[in-house]
Design a protein around this ligand. Structure first.
Ligand SMILES: Nc1ncnc2c1ncn2[C@@H]1O[C@H](COP(=O)(O)OP(=O)(O)OP(=O)(O)O)[C@@H](O)[C@H]1O
Ligand SMILES: CC(C)(CO)[C@@H](O)C(=O)[O-]
Ligand code: BAL
Length: 300
């Protein structure tokens, strides 16, 4: 069935009201509402988030909103693909219940909003460093979506690893009663992480793009070898950077962090994977597309 679309806050709230405090007939528990926030131009990665949401809730709301406050000057806000009809058709295939597609005026009576949601140190690195103010915009729009939908569950992709960490922090610090679920990265057959911005790639660039994932996988494999001197560790990073650059990317960052985005080298000059859960994070430009990817290093 096609999801029902709402463009304004009060109609969506009215539609969701009957689910609040209602018992689920089959299991006798309260009905649960899930939110999947997106910027639209949906692909299989987004649809996977909806499928996960459906496993955790009785009703699923997908928001589609290209949020102006998270785009910097000179970024692709104006050209970001807006494909609402096609998005709704795709959402019908996974039985999403509601689409919330507000106008900018509905979301931001005053723009820029004078109220801020700041995320501190975790947001001042990686994407936050290359896109100043980006996570302030994400923070306020997600806080608003949480207040509008009041979901029990919200699903975000691990592709945007830093964003997911910031949202978990937001939920903790603002005491939202929301279970945040991180969904695994959905990839094309050749390993490229699905992303709306992949369509900015030329045919040639699209051929090259999987190098990003391959380089991260190989680095993750090398990092598993127990103890590495600082020198060996640095060389691995340099070699990986060279491989990615030689393929034609302009690297924005390539960093290795603890899975909570802390520093991995704080207490010693030897890198020892056995002590840490770590993640490799990359953002790199290929032509007009800024691609994100990451790889958790799992020790078997
Ligand atoms: N390949 C993917 N696998 C899992 N989740 C994804 C994937 N791509 C996007 N998501 C998640 O979908 C949600 C909405 O993201 P968004 O609409 O920005 O899509 P996107 O494809 O990441 O677009 P962009 O190219 O603008 O970054 C986010 O939680 C994001 O992490
Ligand atoms: C979470 C989000 C929908 C907020 O605009 C956006 O940052 C995204 O699509 O990842
Ligand atoms: N998924 C990330 C949203 C952005 O790049 O603004």
């Amino acid at each position: 069935m096609s999801p029902i679309i709402y463009h304004d806050i009060s109609s969506l709230r009215e539609a969701l009201q009957p689910y609040r405090g209602q018992q689920n007939d089959k299991q006798g528990r309260q009905q649960r509402i899930a939110l999947v926030p997106t910027m639209g131009n949906l692909h299989d990665g987004h649809l996977e988030l909806v499928k996960i949401a459906k496993q955790h809730a009785d009703v699923v709301v997908v928001s589609i909103f290209v949020n102006p406050t998270q785009f910097g000057v000179g970024e692709d806000f104006d050209s970001y693909p807006r494909t609402l009809d096609a998005d709704v058709a795709k959402l019908a295939t996974v039985d999403a219940d509601y689409v919330f597609a507000p106008s900018i005026d509905a979301m931001y009576p005053v723009l820029p909003p004078p109220t801020a949601v700041l995320s501190g140190a975790i947001a001042n690195q990686l994407c936050g460093q290359s896109r100043p103010g980006h996570f302030d915009g994400v923070g306020i729009v997600v806080a608003k979506l949480f207040n509008i939908v009041q979901p029990d569950v919200a699903v975000f992709g691990q592709k945007d690893y830093q964003q997911l960490a910031i949202i978990k922090q937001l939920v903790r610090d603002l005491s939202y009663p929301i279970n945040i679920i991180g969904a695994p990265i959905v990839r094309a057959d050749d390993g490229l992480a699905l992303s709306s911005r992949n369509q900015y790639l030329s045919a040639n660039e699209r051929q090259v793009a999987p190098v990003l994932h391959q380089a991260l996988q190989e680095l993750a494999q090398s990092l598993k070898s127990t103890a590495l001197s600082q020198q060996a560790f640095d060389k691995l990073l340099v070699d990986t950077r060279t491989r990615i650059s030689d393929a034609g990317f302009v690297i924005d960052y390539l960093e290795i962090k603890t899975d909570e985005l802390g520093s991995i080298m704080s207490d010693s000059t030897t890198f020892n994977i056995e002590n840490k859960n770590i993640v490799i994070l990359v953002a790199a430009w290929l032509g007009r597309a800024r691609l994100l990817d990451n790889q958790l290093v799992v020790v078997n």
